[in-house]
Design a protein around this ligand. Structure first.
Ligand code: ZN
Length: 82
């Protein structure tokens, strides 16, 4: 095989070029298997973004509900102490 970086003749299966030190695993057949997970990761990231937005809305609703409950308990405490 030839180094895709400098064109040096290299033994098949070499992971690094002995001439220029370039990474040969990228130009290898493993490149296709490298690309597929990254696309998958991008899809997951998009889903995560939507999930995060939904979770943020739920989180805000929970915080508002807790704040309302706290106010109610504060009022009850004031009324009991009065
Ligand atoms: Zn090279």
């Amino acid at each position: 095989m030839l180094c895709p970086h400098c064109g040096a003749e290299l033994p098949d299966g070499a992971q690094y070029c002995g001439e220029c030190g370039g990474d040969l695993t990228i130009a290898d057949g493993s490149a296709t298997t490298e690309l597929a997970p990254s696309k998958h990761t991008n899809a997951l990231r998009t889903n995560d973004a939507g999930e995060l937005a939904r979770n943020t809305k739920i989180g805000v609703a929970v915080v508002v509900a807790l704040a309302a409950i706290s106010v109610v308990f504060a009022i009850i405490a004031v009324l009991l102490l009065a």
